[in-house]
Design a protein around this ligand. Structure first.
Ligand code: GLC
Length: 719
């Protein structure tokens, strides 16, 4: 449709139809729905009627081509103007072929494979009738108590920005209108949802605008620069105002300064939640603040349909502000080709052919291999295929390895760790026993596990968190493994046999009670549908671990938040002239994390040498190189990381900032020169007055295998 046609269509709509077009309802409200779809928030009385549903603009959480075609057909048969529904769902890390959770994908440092995973997810979703995915989630995270860290790609804004771009490319492709195997993306949650105080979901977020712009906003901007079609508001406050009613954030920054003219959708109920937040006395005021802030679609509350018309008639707002919102939605429907074909990519035959096809499974298996992080290996991995293995723990045969955002994933389709290991060993060499539940144990179960373990050469412990202990509203104040599992570890350790621990969890954990007791620890996260195969590949050396942490593991939960790009303070611990006591430290634990950002082991070993810098006086750009040699007997991947420190700024500057990285595969004995170009733009930052520029002065470049183990190369920036 042309712009004119859309405007003419808008002119035909009544005000009542316009306000309903701004409402998004979950699947159960629609005739023809075959199931209840995805319910991802509190269901409460909306006080809407048939007329509201008949004129609503979009559907949340529907899936399945026949189901969605049925809803669309039934809806259009009763529609006065024939404006098709938009179908939006959370396809966060896979549709039915579930990939590792995004925090795991962040640990892959493999942008190409991340993009591929989004392509696969989009393909499966699109042929199943979905038009928009509520992803990527790019909230920067530093607090592992927060349940949704699993949904982010971690603690660094550069890495998050690169993954945000990759996911948007994968979901949307290059021609969203004509490529029916792509879906529109919706970057979320704008903004800074990951900075909730205390790591408690929906809690207050409060920081300077400078910190917001410097650390938390870049990844959202990266997604939008990559062409992301939609933005979703966050539940939290930003500078004292809930995001969904935050005009400075939404009208001034997102739409004004950044020029975003796409569809802005509230999160589930977030508009009405301005009442409990305490910035709206009633639904009418919540509706007024949200429409003024530029929120187009109200997800699963009904303040717009109940109050916008009256706000117009009482001259609190003009009909124009509603027209703008409606037009943005009509434009998105037009861009997706829905006026020409309301069923778009929905195709039951294709759905049956490609959903969970082998190629998709293979992609998921490869990404799960590359997303797992080997944290410790005292020469017990890889296992040999003639070893007797005892597989012990609540995740030994668990299908709960898909993660919290896998509502369409099927446990039946998931490959458990036992299934995966069984494919590597003859039957007599593998015996398993649960040992305990995730959060409870019995003496009998532990005794059975001990008996099983006694027969083995090596014990593989499969431990972790229920997926409900992670994800939205899945926050934990105690981020150790549940005590039942720590008791199991303790009992198994007494056998004095080699112990390999595999972790299935959605957050960095406090690994006290596990790390010392294990000879090897492999962080598998929630590895998805092919998780069991991928982890078995890694355990037996059919794949070489290459994951590197995208989020620090604390030494103790008392340190949290602990992250690599921290400031130095005026009394840094360990400085040459530092005092023993009067420095920034804890009396009982170190300042450093147990495992730092960028850290991960491999079965290969890599040497770094001949680090060089093209000049130590930089004007526009410099070249930084290092030779990396695979000194082992096996092919392996290494993530070469480049960090920079601005020694003195107008404001304090982080000890290190990731500026670039390269994941390279090196053959055994191969040495390769890795070169980075660092330019002046990468040294810019937000000054006290928010100007974004670099300063002349002293810098350090750091190159290495993680944010701790680096080679330092000083240089000066001159103007
Ligand atoms: C949830 C989540 C959001 C999701 C939405 C729709 O509350 O916060 O990430 O996209 O509702 O399911």
């Amino acid at each position: 449709m042309s712009q004119l046609d859309l405007t003419l269509l808008l002119e035909k709509m009544t005000l009542e139809e316009k306000t309903a077009q701004l409402m998004q309802l979950a699947t159960p409200f629609y005739k023809g729905a075959k199931d209840s779809g995805e319910i991802t928030g509190p269901l409460e009385q909306l006080n809407i009627d048939e007329k509201h549903v008949r004129n609503s603009g979009s559907v949340l959480g529907a899936s399945g081509s026949e189901n969605i075609m049925n809803i669309q057909k039934t809806y259009l048969d009763e529609s006065r103007l024939g404006i098709p529904l938009l179908f939006m769902s959370d396809i966060v890390h896979g549709y039915k072929t579930i990939f590792p959770v995004p925090l795991a994908i962040g640990c892959s440092w493999d942008l190409e494979l991340a993009e591929k995973s989004a392509e696969v997810a989009a393909r499966e979703a699109a042929v199943s009738g979905v038009h928009v995915t509520f992803a990527p989630m790019v909230d920067l995270v530093r607090d592992p108590r927060w349940g949704r860290v699993m949904e982010s790609t971690g603690e660094d804004s550069h890495l998050n920005s690169e993954f945000a771009r990759a996911f948007v490319r994968g979901f949307q492709g290059k021609d969203l209108t004509n490529d029916y195997e792509k879906v529109a993306a919706c970057v979320k949650h704008f903004a800074a949802y990951g900075a909730a105080e205390g790591g408690r979901d929906y809690n207050t977020v409060d920081m300077s605008e400078r910190e917001l712009r410097e650390t938390y906003l870049p990844a959202y901007k990266a997604a939008l620069d990559e062409g992301c079609e939609m933005v979703m508001t966050a539940f939290n406050t930003v500078d004292g105002i809930p995001a969904s009613g935050n005009k400075p954030l939404m009208r001034d920054l997102l739409r004004g300064e950044w020029g975003f003219d796409g569809v802005l959708i509230s999160d589930w109920g977030a508009i009405k939640e301005m009442i409990p937040h305490g910035v709206a006395e009633d639904e009418r005021e919540a509706a007024l603040k949200s429409i003024e802030a530029g929120v187009d679609v109200e997800m699963m509350t009904s303040t717009y349909v109940h109050h916008l018309q009256q706000l117009v008639s009482e001259n609190y707002i003009t009909e124009e502000i509603i027209n703008e919102a409606v037009l943005r939605i009509l434009k998105l429907k037009d861009k997706l080709g829905l006026f020409e074909n309301p069923y778009r990519g929905a195709n039951p035959v294709l759905e049956n052919e490609i959903v969970l096809c082998n190629h998709h499974r293979e992609t998921a298996r490869l990404l799960a291999q590359k997303s797992s992080v080997l944290l410790k290996n005292d020469s017990v991995l890889p296992l040999q295929k003639d070893q007797k293995v005892a597989l012990i723990g609540p995740f030994a045969e668990s299908e709960d390895i898909l993660g919290p955002w896998s509502w369409l994933g099927s446990f039946d389709e998931a490959v458990t760790l036992k299934n995966g290991i069984s494919s590597k060993l003859k039957e007599s060499n593998l015996h398993s026993s649960k040992g305990c539940d995730v959060e409870s144990w019995t003496e009998k179960e532990i005794e059975m596990a001990i008996n099983t373990a006694n027969e083995a050469d090596v014990i593989v412990l499969a431990l972790g968190e229920h997926s409900e202990m992670s994800g939205e509203a899945g926050c934990r104040a105690d981020i150790r493994l549940p005590l039942a599992q720590l008791k199991l570890v303790e009992k198994i350790k007494e056998l004095n046999k080699p112990v390999v621990t595999v972790l299935f969890n959605g957050r960095p954990l406090d690994l006290h009670g596990v790390i010392e007791e294990s000879d090897a620890v492999l962080e598998a996260w929630y590895p998805g549908t092919e998780g069991g195969n991928a982890i078995a590949d890694l355990l037996f050396g059919d794949a070489n671990p290459s994951g590197r942490l995208a989020m620090s593991f604390p030494h103790s939960m008392g340190q949290v938040p602990v992250y690599y790009n921290h400031f130095n303070t005026g009394r840094p611990k360990g400085a040459p002239d530092a005092q023993i006591r009067y420095v920034s430290q804890y009396l009982d634990v170190p300042n450093e994390p147990m495992f730092p950002f960028g850290y991960g082991l491999s079965y290969s070993s890599f040497a770094y040498y001949d680090a060089t810098i093209s000049t130590d006086v930089m004007k526009e750009e410099i070249e930084i190189s290092v030779t990396v040699e695979n000194t082992s007997e096996r092919v392996g991947e290494e993530v070469v990381q480049l960090y920079v420190r601005d020694i003195s700024g107008e404001v304090v500057r982080p000890m290190k900032e990731l500026k670039d990285f390269k994941k390279v595969e090196l053959k055994q004995g191969e040495a390769r020169k890795i070169t980075f170009i660092l330019n002046e733009k990468q040294l810019r930052y937000h000054h006290a007055d928010l100007t974004y520029k670099s300063d002349a002065g002293a810098f350090r470049a750091y190159i290495g295998s993680n944010s701790r183990d680096v080679i330092e190369l000083p240089f000066q920036l001159v103007k």
